[in-house]
Design a protein around this ligand. Structure first.
Ligand code: GLY
Length: 341
C-alpha cells in the first residue's frame, strides 16, 4: 500500500519504519520532525512504574511493548539501559504510596520487590535517606532523541502531504486534525536536563512529600528530571513554578543535583485521552488510521503501536482496548461521515 504517516515523533517514525519493513511505500509528513512530545520525553520504559489506579490496561500494553524494545533498540543501534526502576518514597507518607503502587502491580501479575532504607542505600548510594522503595525488575530506559535520530537517518520526512495515499496514519500526538481534535487534550509536562559526575545509575521514580518526581540517567552523565503535569489551553512553556517544583523535589531525593550543570528546560504537551489509553486503529473515516493519544506512554508503547498499525493494514482485527472508536461518539461519527461526503 501507499501510506502517508502524519507526524514524525517516536510514534509516527516507528510506525513508518515497521510499515517499510513490511513492504509498504511510506511518506512521513512533519514540518518539525521529532520536536513534539518525543523531544521532551524522558524515555522510561516503565510499565509498572507508570501504571495508576484506573489505568491498569497500561501495564498489559506496556509489558507487551517493553518486550519488543530490545530488538528495536538493537536494530536502531541505540543503547537500552536495563537497571531496574526504583520506585522511591521519601517520607513515611510517600512510602505508603510506593506500597500501594507495589500492591497494584503485584495484583496485576507484575513484580515489585520492596526495599528498606538500607537496601535502597546499597542499591543507589547517591540518593538521600529515603523511607523505602520498590525495585521494578525488568524495566528499562532509552534516549528518545537517539531513537528518533536513528529513525530519521533511515526514513525521509517531508513537510507537506504528497497526497495519493491508500491509507493515512495520523500520528500527530496532542494536535489531531478535525474531526478527531476533541479526542486528545494536551497535558503540559516540563522537564530539566542536567549533567552530573555523580548521577544515579537507576531510573528513580518516586514521591517527595507527595510531589511526584523522576530521575532518568543516560550513559553520558546526563539526567532527565521530570515532570510536571498540568492541564491547560495555552502553548506549553516552561514556568518558573514548574522548574521550582522539579528542583525542590529533585534535590531532596538526589542531593547531588545541586552540583549538576543545568543544561536544558523543556515543556511539551502530552497527548491525553479521556480514559488514559491510546488511540490505535480505525478512525471512523475510510482510509484513516489513528496512532495517537499515548499520554505518558508514547516511547514505551511505540513498538507495540507500530506492530498494531502494521497488523491492521495487513488485515488483523483491532485491539479493542485501544480501538479509537470506543471514544468516538455517535455525534462525532456523524461528523466524520459528513466530512467524508
Ligand atoms: N512518562 C513520563 C512523563 O509523562 O512524564
Amino acid at each position: 500500500m501507499r501510506v502517508t504517516v502524519l507526524g514524525a515523533g517516536v510514534i509516527g517514525l516507528t510506525v513508518a519504519d515497521e510499515l517499510i519493513r513490511r513492504g509498504h511505500t511510506v511518506a512521513v509528513v512533519d514540518p518539525h520532525p521529532a520536536r513534539g512530545a518525543s523531544y521532551a520525553a524522558a524515555g522510561m520504559l516503565s510499565p509498572a512504574a507508570e501504571v495508576w489506579h484506573g489505568e491498569e490496561e497500561i501495564l498489559r500494553l506496556g509489558t507487551a511493548s517493553l518486550a519488543l524494545w530490545p530488538a528495536l533498540a538493537d536494530r536502531l543501534g541505540v543503547e537500552l539501559r536495563t537497571a531496574p526502576t526504583l520506585l522511591v518514597g521519601y517520607d513515611a507518607g510517600d512510602l505508603q504510596q510506593v506500597e500501594r503502587q507495589a500492591a497494584l502491580v503485584g495484583g496485576l501479575g507484575g513484580r515489585a520487590t520492596l526495599l528498606d532504607r538500607a537496601a535502597v542505600r546499597a542499591c543507589e548510594p547517591v540518593l538521600a535517606r529515603v523511607a523505602g522503595a520498590a525495585s521494578l525488575e525488568g524495566e528499562m530506559s532509552v534516549d528518545p532523541r537517539a531513537v528518533c535520530a536513528a529513525l530519521l537517518a533511515r526514513i525521509p520526512v517531508v513537510s507537506g502531504d504528497p497526497g495519493g495515499a491508500d491509507v493515512t496514519v495520523v500520528a500527530t500526538g496532542a494536535c489531531l486534525p478535525e474531526p478527531w481534535a476533541g479526542l486528545v487534550r494536551g497535558v503540559r509536562g516540563e522537564i530539566l536536563r542536567v549533567r552530573s559526575d555523580d548521577p544515579p545509575t537507576h531510573t528513580v521514580r518516586g514521591w517527595v512529600g507527595g510531589e511526584p518526581i523522576y530521575l532518568v540517567p543516560r550513559g553520558n552523565g546526563e539526567v532527565v528530571v521530570g515532570a510536571t503535569a498540568e492541564e491547560h489551553q495555552a502553548p506549553p512553556v516552561v514556568t518558573a513554578g514548574g522548574v521550582h517544583r522539579l528542583l525542590t523535589a529533585g534535590r531532596t531525593l538526589w542531593p547531588g543535583l545541586d552540583r549538576a550543570e543545568l543544561v536544558e528546560s523543556t515543556a511539551r504537551d502530552r497527548p491525553a485521552t479521556a480514559d488514559g489509553r491510546p488511540l490505535i486503529g480505525p478512525s471512523g473515516a475510510d482510509g484513516v488510521v489513528l496512532a495517537a493519544g499515548h499520554h505518558r506512554h508514547g516511547v514505551l508503547l511505540a513498538p507495540l503501536t507500530a506492530r498494531l498499525v502494521a497488523d491492521l493494514l495487513d488485515g488483523a482485527a483491532v485491539d479493542p482496548s485501544v480501538d479509537p472508536r470506543r471514544l468516538i461518539t455517535a455525534g462525532k461519527e456523524r461528523h466524520v461521515d459528513h466530512a467524508q461526503r
